[in-house]
Design a protein around this ligand. Structure first.
Ligand SMILES: C[S@@+](CC[C@H](N)C(=O)[O-])C[C@H]1O[C@@H](n2cnc3c(N)ncnc32)[C@H](O)[C@@H]1O
Length: 314
């Protein structure tokens, strides 16, 4: 497994502090943070990966998943609607930049700031691949001063429809639109160089690896100088990657699920190359390794996520 670089170690995010020091205690809690993988575990993961990725699926079949990607996601949302609403309690702790207290140096003490709810600073934010709004609605809720504006898009029309039909959707503070961010020359409803923050949360993994670079370059163009991309997505050897059965692998670390949606598992190094290749400067690139426990069934699940922040130079 790759390790975080020493510079990113200095900028550890607040992933949690429940560390498992004695493996015998594993079933005492539902989750453990900052889990260390030993050599044996890495070897076991590599063996599983060898098994499910030893041959790639037929190119023609893979092409169908590429061409119909938005339809597969659209069907996903037509079936599940917003039942997959994810808990985004970590958003404001991991991204204090979104909060006005962080930007406006007020006279409040640190303790007051820590206990105050985040108020969205006057920012222009874009969330790409917004799904049904797991992130958009916490952002709008925090936008009490009404100074910020949240753009959000998804290439699945049903997802955008669900966002817009949510009672919390307020067109004065938010604009949802259908758009495929992996296409060249997307016509965004805002000028280039105008955004403070772009959120790319569990969406790049759904795009073909050949399109990663052009997608990130296109998104970077939309940022103001000094603006940031915040990225969170699946990391290599995540439980979901190791669970795929043979026959589901499109290309290295890229798989198709039973419902036709696709998922890629990233390494820190390739993300660094990707974002720096788009002219952005690294502020954070860290791995979040977590052990989730089903105490009833005595099951352990090793999750691996990567979180990054990259800034457009001024
Ligand atoms: C795993 S879901 C994540 C949804 C949301 N970001 C979240 O974290 O809850 C991936 C989302 O990305 C969207 N998506 C995938 N490829 C896309 C593309 N090329 N352009 C825009 N949206 C895309 C899908 O429709 C889906 O809503």
């Amino acid at each position: 497994m790759e390790e975080s670089s020493s510079s990113s170690e200095l900028k550890r995010p607040q992933f949690g502090t429940r560390n498992l020091s004695d493996p015998q205690n594993v079933f005492q809690h539902n989750a453990w943070d900052n889990v260390l993988w030993d050599e044996k575990q890495v070897e076991a993961a590599e063996a599983k990966l060898k098994l499910n990725s030893s041959s790639f699926m037929d190119e023609e079949v893979a092409l169908k998943y590429e061409k119909e990607a938005s339809q597969f996601w659209d069907t996903f949302y037509s079936t599940h609607e917003n039942k997959f609403f994810k808990d985004r309690h970590w958003l404001f702790t991991e991204l204090p930049e979104l909060c006005s207290e962080h930007i406006e140096s007020s006279s409040a003490t640190d303790a007051t700031k820590a206990s105050a709810p985040c108020q969205l600073a006057g920012l222009r934010i874009l969330e790409v691949g917004c799904g049904t709004g797991s992130t958009v609605f916490p952002l709008l809720e925090a936008n009490t001063l009404k100074k910020s504006f949240v753009f959000c898009c998804d290439f699945a029309p049903k997802a955008v429809e669900l966002v817009k039909s949510n009672p919390e959707y307020d067109p004065a503070r938010c604009h949802g639109f259908v758009c495929d961010i992996s296409e060249d020359n997307v016509k965004f409803p805002f000028p280039e160089n105008s955004l403070d923050v772009i959120l790319v949360i569990f969406v790049l993994s759904a795009i073909s690896p050949e399109k990663f670079s052009s997608t990130i370059v296109q998104l970077s163009r939309q940022l103001k100088p000094g603006g940031r991309i915040f990225f969170r997505d699946y990391g290599r050897y995540d439980m979901a990657e190791l669970r795929f059965k043979p026959g589901k692998c499109i290309s290295e670390h890229f798989f198709v699920r039973g419902d036709g949606t696709r998922v890629y598992f990233f390494s820190q190094d390739e993300l660094r190359k990707l974002f720096e290749g788009a002219g952005l400067v690294e502020e954070q690139n860290v791995i979040d390794r977590r052990l989730l426990v089903n105490r009833g069934k005595q099951l352990t699940m090793y999750r691996v996520w990567i979180q990054c922040k990259y800034r457009k130079p001024t």
